[in-house]
Design a binder for this molecule. Structure first.
Ligand code: ATP
Length: 910
């Protein structure tokens, strides 16, 4: 390393130049010293706008330089010395090897040295450079000295300018913060000048000092200065330009300067660039050896470095880079013996006496290189890792840097800004609201509870299917109680690094305590709150458990006086660890189910309030709610928004019923697939299949009344479908209803059998539904006399069945018996109603879609009394039944959910 830095005076010049360049990148215009103006010629990225004066041509600068060289010597600053003539000449000799563009800089520097002297360190360095060359520490010292010099020159010039202006215009006010005055138009300057003339002399002196101090500060700032800021021309940054904070600039730039200084020599070692060039032995002989320019040869491994006599080389080859002290040639050798032999022969040929032979030394590869080669990969990997950690830690809350990893990513909503949700925005969950209202009263008036000795609940788990409004309810709680709200998702605690989750939990709770009273909402808490020990069979998740333990600990750590309420949302409360649910932690368990008919009506009302519609609100909400059984709040919000979009697409003035119906249809069934064209045979099969379902729905007493049947392909793979309106929100289903539903589901296949010589694959999905329904009837609902009232878990992945082989056979028999019974029921009906079925199918082929009114027209009124709700919204009078009502959620089409009871809506697809 030292060897590489050896060329001392030039090295000094180089580092000095670097420092001056850095100094010239001045953000604050007026302080840019005139001395360093010419540097801009080689600092491309420094725009002219930083200069206070027009850029000066080199000849002008030279002239000035000459004048200023002759200027008087200024008194020395403490710690500074006057350089001797010999030392100054040594510095001047640097100028010879400088590129032309930088010679001006040296002239300025030398002038400064003559005028103001130099720090003692420079003298020591020069002495060292003469004797031994410079080490890397010395090069850093040189940088420091150059910066000091530049600072001194700039300050002196600034003071000199300031004094000269005082002498010419009287004293000009130049208070801190008004530096841009120098760029202001002349008239503004004059005004300022007038104003300042009225000031007291002692103020002037004070300000002069201030000005000088500012100049110094600025120069210091320039050391780390950034070249950001202004745009074009010779003007400074605009008033609106807000320079980056000085502290940040300082830290960033200081870091970069240090890194650059340290890394530069290392970089040079690995990538020598133009610092060396390979030549052949012949070239060496012809150009250097024969001309007596070689001073020494250094064998390093299988290469030989040629050290030339610099002065002689420059004299002989004035334009060559070989004279550059950092530059050397090298050539490769096969073996050291062969090289020595060859050199010997060459010297003999040249007649060089043995006493004057070229010295050959042997050096091992530099320690630095070796170290770098061995540690290089590690350094690179560490660097990359560091960068990754920085990025990973950079959360929205500004938690950047490696230490930001453990910071919580919770988003904080302030009641004044973000949480505007109120309980009135949350509809259809009155019981849940009452439960959670207690937290609001606690946060608002804790003393009411405390004075009676009541312990305040720590938190509540809000569970329920997706989109039922758990987050909304938590937000509303925060909005009502007017406290800060921290929202975080359980998955945000999970990182690949061990301990990060727990640390984030700690941080979240610590922040919450600082902001108490407040609410923490952890969404999807099952991501971390799963029962411990689950999954241990296939390797547990210690990190998740550690995070959960930390949550438990934090919740225990609350004392009742700390008004921090923790709410958590989950879709899977059954998987949660029991410890989370025990009293003292999440004391309350609030289940939010999909809304009932009334609930949906209320939710529609909330969302329709934002929509422009002229429909009668009561009728609209009632009809839409009836059309959307099984919809969660989020589905309703989506359907309303979709309706508005459809209306806008149709350039409608207001959103009408048809738009809402189309929207609901689209939300459930997917897009119409107009591009899917069936051939006539296929179309006929689909029509008869769907007509089979429709006839069953019409004539089975316990089946759901049909709303619409269509053979327009829609969504994924459905070639046609029949829709039925459920008889309200049914939570119980009788055997009759189930049997009729199964028979109706089989209606498609039975119709195909009756009308065509062969059947198609289209009924596969129907069979799946029927089988599932029959199996559940037998194994879970106790609807088989032979098996009796028994419940078996219907887990298909279970390797070992929870019943004996003989029971399995019995189950099979019973399932088959039930399906056969449904099949017979269906076949009997369709054979009896073959004519009606044909009429409906042919009408369907013609119109592609039939509504309930069409069926009434073809078949006459349904022979069973309709439900009140149905006739209220869909009897064709008030309900404007000409529009086809939409299909219902597929997930509710067959087997009712085990927990919530049977779901009523049906969509049959071919
Ligand atoms: N009861 C409701 N009243 C009004 N709007 C609702 C209701 N429930 C849901 N929504 C609408 O649905 C959106 C999504 O609801 P939210 O995010 O609260 O559901 P969630 O239960 O937290 O869902 P997930 O379990 O998927 O996190 C809400 O922003 C709101 O527009």
């Amino acid at each position: 390393m030292t060897t590489i830095l050896r060329p001392s005076p030039n090295q000094l010049a180089r580092v000095a130049r670097l420092s001056l360049v850095a100094t010239s990148r001045c953000h604050r215009i007026p302080r840019t010293p005139r001395f360093i103006q010419p540097l801009r010629s080689f600092t491309q990225s420094t725009p002219r706008l930083y200069s206070t004066e027009p850029t000066r041509r080199p000849d002008e600068a030279k002239k000035d330089g000459k004048q200023e060289t002759d200027a008087e010597q200024k008194p020395l600053a403490p710690g500074w010395v006057r350089l001797s003539e010999e030392e100054l000449q040594l510095m001047e000799s640097l100028n010879k090897i400088m590129p032309a563009s930088q010679k001006e800089t040296m002239v300025i520097l030398l002038k400064g040295l003559r005028q103001f002297g130099a720090p003692q360190e420079l003298r020591d360095l020069l002495a060292k450079a003469k004797d031994r060359g410079l080490s890397i520490t010395d090069s850093m010292k040189a940088v420091r000295i150059a910066v000091k010099l530049a600072e001194k020159l700039a300050t002196e010039e600034s003071n000199a300018k300031f004094e000269s202006r005082n002498m010419s215009d009287g004293f000009t006010s130049n208070a801190p913060g008004q530096q841009q005055q120098q760029e202001q138009p002349q008239n503004e300057k004059a005004q300022d000048s007038d104003k300042s003339k009225q000031q007291e002399p002692q103020d002037k002196a004070q300000e002069a000092k201030q000005k000088a101090k500012e100049a110094r500060d600025d120069i210091k700032g320039q050391k780390q200065g950034s070249s950001t800021g202004g745009q074009g021309g010779n003007k400074g940054p605009g008033k609106g330009d807000k320079p980056p904070s000085r502290g940040t600039q300082l830290n960033d730039m200081l870091g970069w300067v240090v890194v650059s200084i340290v890394m530069y020599p290392l970089f040079k070692m690995i990538f020598p660039g133009e610092a060396s060039r390979e030549i052949t032995w012949q070239e060496l002989r012809k150009n250097f050896l024969d001309r007596g320019l070689v001073e020494k040869l250094v064998v390093v491994g299988d290469r030989v470095r040629v050290e030339l006599n610099r002065e002689a080389t420059q004299a002989m080859y004035p334009d060559t880079v070989a004279a550059n002290p950092n530059f050397y040639y090298y050539f490769s050798i096969g073996s050291v013996d062969a090289f020595e032999r060859r050199l010997d022969e060459a010297q003999q040929e040249l007649g060089i006496p043995s006493s004057e032979r070229i010295p050959v030394s042997y050096a091992s590869e530099g320690m630095g290189t070796k170290l770098l080669l061995s540690f290089g990969p590690t350094l690179i990997i560490t660097g990359l890792l560091f960068m990754m950690l920085r990025r990973a830690g950079g959360g929205p809350g500004g938690n950047s840097g490696v230490f930001g990893m453990g910071k919580s990513r919770a988003k904080m909503f302030n009641h004044e800004s973000a949480v505007k949700v109120k309980f009135s925005d949350v509809a259809g969950m009155d019981e849940a609201k009452v439960e959670i209202m207690e937290f609001v009263s606690f946060l608002k008036a804790p003393e009411k509870f405390e004075k009676l000795g009541a312990k305040i609940p720590r938190g509540a788990i809000l569970s329920g299917p997706p989109g039922t409004g758990k987050t909304l309810l938590a937000k509303a709680t925060a909005g009502e109680s007017q406290v800060p709200f921290f929202s975080v998702s359980g998955s945000e605690f999970v990182e690949m690094f061990v301990g990060v989750g727990a640390s984030r939990v700690r941080d979240l709770f610590a922040t919450a305590r600082k902001n108490a009273p407040c609410i923490i909402f952890i969404d999807e808490i099952d991501a971390i709150g799963k029962a411990r020990g689950d999954g241990q069979r296939f390797g547990g998740n210690d990190e998740r458990e550690a995070t959960l333990n930390q949550i438990l600990t934090e919740m225990d750590g609350f004392n009742t006086a700390e008004q921090v309420v923790v709410l958590a949302g989950t879709n899977r409360p059954d998987t949660l660890d029991k410890a989370l649910m025990r009293p003292g932690r999440f004391d309350r368990h609030i289940h939010i189910d999909r809304p009932t008919m009334k609930g949906r009506q209320d939710i529609f009302r909330v969302h329709l309030a934002k929509i422009v519609t002229k429909e009668d609100m009561d009728h609209l909400t009632g009809r839409l709610a009836a059309l959307t059984p099984g919809f969660a709040g989020a589905d309703i919000a989506n359907a309303v928004n979709e309706a508005a979009l459809i209306a806008a697409r149709a350039n409608a003035e207001t959103v009408e019923m048809i738009h809402f119906e189309q929207a609901i249809e689209r939300v459930i069934g997917g897009l119409e697939r107009k591009s899917l064209v069936l051939n006539p045979e296929e179309k006929k099969t689909v029509a008869y299949h769907e007509a089979g379902h429709a006839i069953c729905g019409w004539y089975f007493r316990w089946a759901d009344p049909l709303l619409k049947v269509s053979i327009i392909p829609r969504g994924q793979g459905a070639l046609g479908y029949a829709q039925y309106l459920p008889t309200g929100d049914a939570y119980l289903m009788s055997t009759n209803q189930l049997m009729d539903r199964m028979a109706m589901t089989l209606g498609g296949r039975v119709s195909e059998e009756i009308h065509f010589p062969t059947v198609t694959t289209g009924a596969s999905d129907d069979f799946k539904k029927v089988t599932r329904m029959a199996t559940t009837m037998v194994t879970q609902w106790g609807m088989s006399e032979k098996l009796g009232p028994i419940h078996f878990n219907n887990d298909e992945n279970q390797i070992q069945k929870p019943f004996a082989e003989s029971t399995a056979q019995l189950i099979d028999q019973e399932v088959r018996r039930i399906i056969d019974q449904a099949y017979k029921q269906c076949k009997d009906l369709l054979t009896e109603k073959k004519k009606e079925l044909g009429l409906v199918a042919e009408e369907l082929l013609r119109k592609e879609m039939l509504t309930r009114d069409d069926l009434v027209r073809i078949l006459g009124p349904r022979p069973f009394p309709e439900k009140e709700e149905f006739s209220k919204y869909f009897d064709g009078t008030n309900g404007r039944g000409t529009h086809a009502p939409p299909p219902f959620p597929v997930e509710n089409t067959d087997t009712p959910d085990e927990h919530t009871g049977p779901a009523p809506a049906i969509t049959e697809k071919l």
